[in-house]
Ligand binder design. Structure first.
Ligand SMILES: Nc1ncnc2c1ncn2[C@@H]1O[C@H](COP(=O)(O)OP(=O)(O)OP(=O)(O)O)[C@@H](O)[C@H]1O
Length: 562
């Protein structure tokens, strides 16, 4: 019967064919497997029969490539055929070559190997391995280390101005003779013969430490000696040195020298200009500095003026400027040097027509640490503004070209606050015994560490504030002090302390104690007239007064004792 559906026939034929294929595959697989197992058995037998060979827990199958005809693998006839031939090959190889042995790892030996190093390398090469031999010794990496902490000095100097950290420290004991010794090296102080003679007349035979640093800095370069510096930028210098170390002369001598150099274009002078301005905190200091200027510049024709408020404003104006009737472009001046207090200076900048700082060559801020603590009317900024351009905005004058101005700040530890220019030079005259390289000299100064005279003895009594006068009196009496300066904070407390001391002294003999030598006490303050103040000082120097009470910052005392 003809199949109604020819497709069904074809399919049944196909089914028959696939059954045949499976049975053929099973046959081939069984044969190959048998051969493989047989070969394996023989290999085992052979190994056992070899003398001294123990059965090892080595599975050769692990080392050899796995046959592709595993029990689970029945998906491809071609694979089976290929694996069959592979198995034959493998059988041959395993018959000829002893099977590779799996290396047993002995932990103890492994440790020793690491320690031994070279021998490990030898043993490793014996092992059949394709990996490159390990390096003989691994490089040692440095262990992490805690960085050294910066020194106290480095930390303290952080953020300070370069000029301050690189300050030139001057040895306090350094002196230079005014006149070079016969046959000695010629000095480079820059002081003229005329000035040397004048200083000798004043009893100055040698320059003190701070003067040896500042005077050559301002005079040794011939360009600095000329009045005008058209191509040279102005320079600033900040000086810190102990009281009485000679700072005043250190700026007075260069100013007198520069102004009166014979080769200066204004010598012999035709026009008077205000060239130097010295600012001080008190009238008494102004008077003292004026005396020093007059002494050093004697016979040189230098015109010196002061403005402190001691005289009327009109009187001072008449001293300062020649003509106030009309505005003059370059201003007008009757003096070469002005020594003043900051308040009065600002008054003249605002209120005196033709008073001008535009030709200023030197600006000296003496006692700068105290002066700059007073922000009164922003006086320093006003002065600097008046030196840089026309003071037209202050006294109604017209603009004029700038003149270079160099500033000298004395006793001020932070130069950038005072300096109108960049890169000020700092001279530290405290004579630090440490080297300047390690910055400690500067550090002492920054930390306001004061140098005390070696012979000075200090006594300290801790007491209640109300007991202070009593304790002071006890100290003076018990130590047998015959000359004392007592500083107070105000003129009023100065007077009160003197009164208290007089009362205490009058009470001393009442308890039947042996009378002590009487003390003479005086109050020295701005409440007194200049004449009275001078008389008190003279009496104190002559030891007619045993105790003087002062308001600090009032004056500088120069007392010479034999
Ligand atoms: N080279 C010197 N040789 C001898 N005496 C000097 C010399 N320099 C200054 N003197 C004297 O030393 C005293 C103190 O000097 P000066 O007033 O200049 O000190 P100072 O450092 O300005 O003090 P202060 O810190 O109080 O302002 C003055 O009597 C002065 O005449």
């Amino acid at each position: 019967m003809q199949d109604p559906n020819p497709q069904t026939k074809v399919q049944s034929l196909n089914n028959t064919r696939s059954i045949c294929q499976v049975s053929w595959y099973e046959q081939v697989k069984t044969k190959a497997k048998k051969r493989y197992l047989k070969a394996k058995k023989e290999r085992r037998k052979k190994r056992k029969s070899e003398p001294g060979t123990k059965e090892k827990p080595v599975d050769i199958e692990d080392d050899l490539p796995k046959p592709a005809y595993s029990e689970d693998d029945n998906d491809s006839t071609i694979d089976v055929i290929a694996n069959e031939s592979l198995n034959v090959e493998l059988t041959k190889i395993s018959d000829d070559i002893p099977p590779r042995k799996r290396r047993r790892i002995d932990p103890a030996r492994e440790t020793v190997d690491h320690e031994v190093g070279d021998s490990v390398a030898e043993q490793t090469t014996e092992l059949p391995s394709k990996s490159p031999p390990p390096p003989e010794a691994l490089p040692l990496f440095p262990l992490p280390r805690r960085p050294d902490a910066p020194s106290k000095t480095t930390l303290a100097l952080q953020g300070l101005d370069k000029a301050l950290t690189q300050a030139e420290s001057v040895d306090a004991k350094r002196v230079i003779p005014i006149r070079p010794t016969v046959g000695g090296a010629k000095d480079d102080l820059g002081i003229s013969e005329k000035s040397r003679r004048r200083l000798e007349d004043l009893g100055i035979a040698e320059l003190f430490a701070v003067q040896t640093a500042v005077i050559p800095f301002m005079l040794a370069d011939p360009r600095q000696r000329s009045l005008y510096l058209p191509y040279n930028p102005p320079r600033d210098v900040c000086v810190s040195a102990p009281t009485g170390s000679g700072k005043t002369l250190a700026y007075v001598v260069p100013i007198v020298e520069v102004r009166l150099r014979p080769h200066n274009i204004l010598s012999p002078r035709t026009v008077t200009r205000l060239r130097a301005l010295v600012v001080l905190p008190t009238r008494d200091l102004v008077t003292q500095v004026r005396e020093t200027f007059e002494a050093v510049a004697k016979g040189r024709g230098l015109k010196i003026g002061t403005a402190t408020g001691q005289h009327s404003f009109a009187h001072e104006q008449a001293q300062l400027v020649d003509d106030q009737s009309v505005r003059l472009q370059g201003g007008s001046s009757k003096i070469d040097v002005l020594i003043c207090t900051p308040g009065r200076l600002i008054d003249h900048l605002h209120g005196t027509r033709n008073f001008s700082l535009q030709h200023l060559r030197f600006l000296v801020i003496d006692e700068a640490d105290r002066l700059l603590a007073q922000s009164f009317q922003d006086w320093l900024q006003q002065i600097l503004a008046a030196t840089r351009h026309s003071s037209a905005n202050l006294s109604g004058q017209h603009p004029s070209p700038e003149d270079p101005i160099g500033s000298i700040a004395y006793g001020f530890p932070y130069p950038d606050a005072t300096s109108p220019n960049h890169d000020p030079v700092f001279k530290d005259g405290h004579g630090a015994s440490v080297s300047p390289e390690n910055g400690e000299g500067v550090l002492d100064m920054v930390m306001e560490k004061f140098t005390m005279p070696a012979t000075l003895k200090e006594h300290l009594i801790v007491c209640e504030s109300s007991q202070k006068p009593l304790m002071l009196f006890y100290l003076i009496r018990s130590l047998g002090v015959t000359n004392a300066l007592v500083f107070t904070k105000s003129a009023e407390s100065t007077t009160r302390l003197v009164r208290l001391f007089e009362l205490m002294q009058s009470d001393e003999g009442r308890e039947g104690n042996a009378p002590l030598p009487p003390l003479v006490m005086k109050a020295y303050s701005s409440d007194l007239s200049p004449g009275d103040r001078r008389a008190i000082l003279e009496d104190f120097k002559a030891q007619k007064i045993q105790i003087d009470t002062y308001k600090p910052c009032m004056l500088r005392l120069d007392i010479k004792r034999d």
